[in-house]
Design a protein around this ligand. Structure first.
Ligand code: GDP
Ligand code: MG
Length: 177
């Protein structure tokens, strides 16, 4: 949020996780700055970005953490997860392997994050429908089985990006209220 005088009622830390190149940094760029870049480089030195939203008349500052290219299995440190109340678990709908790795990321969350963390599964790059390798039904079924929220997004087209964050933030908000 730009206005420094704005009263903040809540700050929620949310972490982005998932394989490299699924679109985590672009989802964050879209959400925090309404920007998108087709040849994105890892942002060096920036740990998180924020955006303040109003939920049920309260101002909620989302502090969204992005891995700076540490997506190798077990390379993300526990400091990254510390204090996180939400997690966005991202795969690329055109790369089956990135979906097949989701159980590993869930295990990482179970090992490092708070057990009550709110998790949303996100299938990104829906603008590439012709290259789809993971069906919506498969992902939905998996999410249901694991008790995760689920949405498909396109950071490029700005489809469902705000909705994905709002889903997580509203659920966290309801838990703390
Ligand atoms: P990260 O490694 O998970 O942070 O992935 P990036 O955000 O760096 O994105 C990896 C590549 O995928 C970049 O070339 C992005 O421009 C591209 N990308 C990210 N989101 C989308 C999307 O929704 N649609 C398309 N077509 N490309 C995307
Ligand atoms: Mg990135």
């Amino acid at each position: 949020g730009g206005d420094p005088s704005q009263k903040i009622d809540y700050v929620f830390k949310v972490v982005l996780i998932g394989d490299s190149a699924v679109g985590k940094s672009q989802i964050l760029a879209r959400f925090a700055r309404n920007e998108f870049s087709l040849d994105s480089k890892a942002t060096i030195g920036v740990e998180f970005q924020t955006r303040t939203m109003v939920i049920q008349h309260k101002s909620v500052k989302a502090q969204i953490w992005d891995t700076a290219g540490q997506e190798r299995y077990r390379a993300v440190t526990s400091a990254y997860y510390r204090g996180a109340v939400g997690a966005m678990l991202v795969y690329d709908i055109t790369k089956r392997q990135t979906f097949d790795h989701i159980p590993r990321w869930l295990e990482e969350l179970r090992n490092h994050a708070d057990k009550n963390i709110v998790i949303i599964l996100i299938g990104n790059k829906t603008d590439l429908e012709d290259e789809r390798a993971v069906s919506t039904e498969d992902a939905k079924e998996f999410a249901q089985k694991e008790g995760l929220f689920f949405l498909e997004t396109s950071a490029l087209q700005a489809t469902n990006v705000d909705d994905a964050f709002l889903t997580v933030l509203t659920e966290i908000f309801n838990i703390v209220n």
